[in-house]
Design a protein around this ligand. Structure first.
Ligand SMILES: Cc1cc2nc3c(=O)[nH]c(=O)nc-3n(C[C@H](O)[C@H](O)[C@H](O)COP(=O)(O)OP(=O)(O)OC[C@H]3O[C@@H](n4cnc5c(N)ncnc54)[C@H](O)[C@@H]3O)c2cc1C
Length: 416
C-alpha cells in the first residue's frame, strides 16, 4: 500500500494532508502520509463511543458553504447537509433571564455596528493593530459582541489578534452540519489514501535535493515534503528541522499561535434536562468585568446532546483539567437553565486539544502586526522541496477545514 520511493511525504493526516494526498494522486504523483496519531482527520474528529451519539470534538460546521471545497465533496458522497442557520433558534440570556425580542434586536444591531467598525478600520489600511482597538466600546452589548466574536468564535481575545487578519478571515454563512459530523466526512475523504498511522515525525532533513523524515518508525525519504502539523506543534519544536527553518518562516510560525476552544458535551436524555429545542443556540451576555460566558448548542439532529463552548483565555486556564471544565460547564448550565435542569444533565465528555502534543490548541490567529504571516508560512522553501500547509497557511479561510483543505491542494500543486 505504501510506495517504497514516494515523490512526496506528507506530515499529518488532517484536512490539509488528506487534501494534498488526494491532489497528488490526481496528478499521478506518489506519496506517503505520516500521521503521528492513531487516527485520521486531525482537528476534524467525530466519535460516538464516549456518549453513544456522534460528537464532533473539533470542526462541526462547514462555514461559508458556497465557497467551501468540502461542500461539493460531501454532496458527492451522498451525505446529508443541513443548513444550521435556517434551523437555528438563536437565544440570548441577559440580566438573569432570556432576553426580550427588543434586547435581541439591540444585540443584533451591536453586532452589525461591530462589523461595520472593523471593516472600516481594516479598509483604511495603515499599520496593523489589535482587532480590539477597532471594536465599539461602552454600549450595553459591546462587551458581549467582543466576547462572542473573539473568544467564542476565534478562540482568542480580540486584543490578541491582528485587525487586518481578523477582518480578512471573517466568515459568513451558510453554516452546514452533517449527521456524522465534519469528522465523519473527513474520515471518508481519507479512505484509500497511503496513510501510515502512529508515525510521528521527530526530525525532518530538507534541502534542494530532497527530504528525509525520521521518527520511531525509521526514516522515509522523498523528493519533497508537505508539513501540515499545527503551528502550535511547530512552535513547540515538535519537529526538529535540519537545517533550521529560515528566520521569516520561523517568525511566521510564532506569529500564528493557536487559540483554544473547548467543548463540553453532555447527554441530555432526562425529562428535566434543559428544554432548548433541537438546533437551538444560546449565548449569555457578559455580566461585567471578568465575566467570560460559555455558549450552548442544543440537540443537533434531535439527539439528546447539549454542548457547551468555552474559548480563549478561560479555556486555556482549564486546559489539562477536564473535571474543572465539566464543573464550570455545569455551573454555567445552572446559571442559564436553572439548577434543576443543570442537575439533570447526564454524563459528559470534554475535548482535549490543548494537552494533546499533536495539536497544542484549536486553531490559529495572527498576532497584531503579523497580517502577512500566513502567506510567509505558505511560501515554499528549497525550490519547492519543503511546503507548509494547513489552516494557518490560508489567508482567507484560516482556522477552518476549508482553509486547511485549500492550502493542502495548493501545496501539492507547488511540488516540482
Ligand atoms: C474545537 C474546535 C472547533 C472547530 N470548529 C470548526 C468548525 O466548526 N468549522 C471549521 O471549518 N473549522 C473548525 N475548526 C478548525 C478545523 O478543525 C481546523 O482548521 C482543521 O481541521 C485543521 O486541519 P489541518 O490539516 O490544518 O491540521 P490538523 O487537523 O491539526 O492536522 C495535522 C495532523 O498532523 C498530525 N501531526 C502533528 N504533528 C505530527 C508529527 N510530528 N508527525 C506526524 N503527524 C503529526 C496531527 O496528529 C494531525 O492529524 C475547529 C477546531 C477545533 C479544535
Amino acid at each position: 500500500m505504501f510506495p517504497s520511493d514516494p515523490d512526496v511525504l506528507i506530515v499529518g493526516a488532517g484536512c490539509a494532508g488528506i487534501a494534498a494526498a488526494r491532489e497528488l494522486a490526481m496528478r499521478g504523483r506518489t506519496c506517503i502520509v505520516l500521521e503521528g496519531g492513531p487516527r485520521v482527520g486531525g482537528r476534524a474528529f467525530a466519535e460516538s463511543a464516549s456518549l453513544g451519539l456522534p460528537f464532533d470534538h473539533g470542526a462541526s460546521w462547514l462555514h461559508q458553504a458556497g465557497e467551501n471545497p468540502l461542500t461539493p465533496l460531501a454532496r458527492a458522497l451522498g451525505l446529508d447537509l443541513l443548513d444550521h442557520d435556517a434551523l437555528r433558534d438563536r437565544r440570548l440570556f441577559a440580566h438573569g433571564r432570556m432576553a426580550t425580542a427588543a434586547e435581541r434586536q439591540a444585540f443584533a444591531a451591536a453586532e452589525d455596528a461591530f462589523w461595520m467598525a472593523v471593516e472600516t478600520a481594516a479598509r483604511d489600511g495603515g499599520t496593523d493593530r489589535p482587532a480590539a482597538s477597532a471594536a465599539p466600546r461602552g454600549g450595553p452589548w459591546d462587551a458581549t459582541v467582543a466576547h462572542w466574536e473573539g473568544s467564542q468564535i476565534c478562540a482568542a481575545e480580540l486584543a490578541r489578534m491582528s485587525l487586518h487578519d481578523f477582518a480578512a478571515t471573517a466568515l459568513d454563512g451558510p453554516n452546514l452540519i452533517l449527521r456524522y459530523g465534519v469528522g465523519g466526512l473527513v474520515a471518508r475523504l481519507a479512505e484509500g489514501l497511503p496513510i501510515r498511522l502512529g508515525a510521528r515525525v521527530d526530525r525532518l532533513r530538507w534541502g534542494p535535493r530532497g527530504v528525509v523524515a525520521q521518527g520511531t518508525f525509521g526514516a522515509v525519504a522523498a523528493r519533497a515534503a508537505i508539513v501540515t502539523a499545527s503551528t502550535g506543534v511547530l512552535a513547540a519544536g515538535g519537529i526538529a528541522f535540519d537545517p533550521p527553518l529560515p528566520g521569516p518562516t520561523a517568525a511566521a510560525i510564532h506569529a500564528l499561535p493557536l487559540g483554544l476552544l473547548t467543548k463540553v458535551a453532555f447527554r441530555a436524555d432526562h425529562p428535566d434536562a434543559p428544554g432548548l429545542p433541537p438546533f437551538a443556540s444560546l449565548r449569555r451576555a457578559v455580566a461585567g468585568d471578568g465575566d467570560r460566558p460559555m455558549s450552548w448548542i442544543s440537540r443537533l439532529f434531535g439527539d439528546p446532546l447539549m454542548v457547551a463552548f468555552c474559548g480563549g483565555a478561560r479555556a486555556w486556564e482549564m486546559a489539562g483539567d477536564a473535571a474543572l471544565a465539566e464543573a464550570e460547564a455545569r455551573a454555567e448550565a445552572a446559571l442559564v437553565f436553572g439548577s434543576r435542569a443543570a442537575a439533570a444533565l447526564g454524563r459528559a465528555t470534554v475535548t482535549r486539544w490543548a494537552e494533546d502534543p499533536l495539536f497544542r490548541g484549536a486553531y490559529s490567529h495572527a498576532v497584531p502586526g503579523a497580517q502577512g504571516a500566513r502567506r510567509v508560512l505558505a511560501a515554499p522553501l528549497a525550490d519547492g522541496r519543503l511546503h507548509f500547509a494547513g489552516e494557518a497557511c490560508h489567508p482567507r479561510f484560516a482556522a477552518t477545514v476549508a482553509g486547511a483543505w485549500l492550502s493542502g491542494v495548493e501545496a501539492a500543486r507547488g511540488v516540482p
